[in-house]
Design a protein around this ligand. Sequence first.
Ligand SMILES: [Fe+2]
Length: 222
Amino acid sequence: MNTQHFHTERGCLSYITYDLKSKEAALIDPSAEMTSEAYVDFLQEYGLTLRYIIETHTHADHISSAKEIQKMTDALIVRHVNAPSRTKDVVVSGGEELLLGDVGLHVISTPGHTNESISIYNGAEVFTGDALLIGGTGRTDFQVGSSDALYQSLHSALGSLPPETLLRPGHDYRGRNQILLGDELRTNPRVAMSEPEFVSFMNEYHPPKPDLFERAIEENSQ
Ligand SMILES: [Fe+2]
């Protein structure tokens, strides 16, 4: 598998991951802050066929361009069963395998930031949306978040992947887009907390709402 990242000025990350043999691709978390052509031009340049557009969760800080890209590519939109959007061609809840040629993308349920957060594991990289970020985690104080669930997602679901897996987060505000999962789990200050410490810290953690909050939730839920 190969992967190309797309980083917006406001720190949102999307990824095209693709199988070199079949040339089939999946686009994870497309953002309207990138032009749709940026994604489609990349697919064309590398001769790729887009099979899936995967939303790791309903984003509260940027508008998704999943529907626009779908019109340009005919790819299937993949969302969790609990996602409020009715635009779901493939409904997942964790445990599924989405095929790109002979290669499976494994859907892992990683709730906590929202109750419909998923991570995608391609055998070498894990795309975690906002469940696990470099040096941090997603917040748990809206979108049916749960600090208890996020603790389990970090320690059980993501913690059981091989440490040499490359973590590909859904955001980074310092320009990074990858780190070894084992290194991140060892050094992330929130992962280092005990379960009671983590739950009480996250339950008290209320950063300002993102700029686009209302509009993003509304548009991304359609
Ligand atoms: Fe988020």
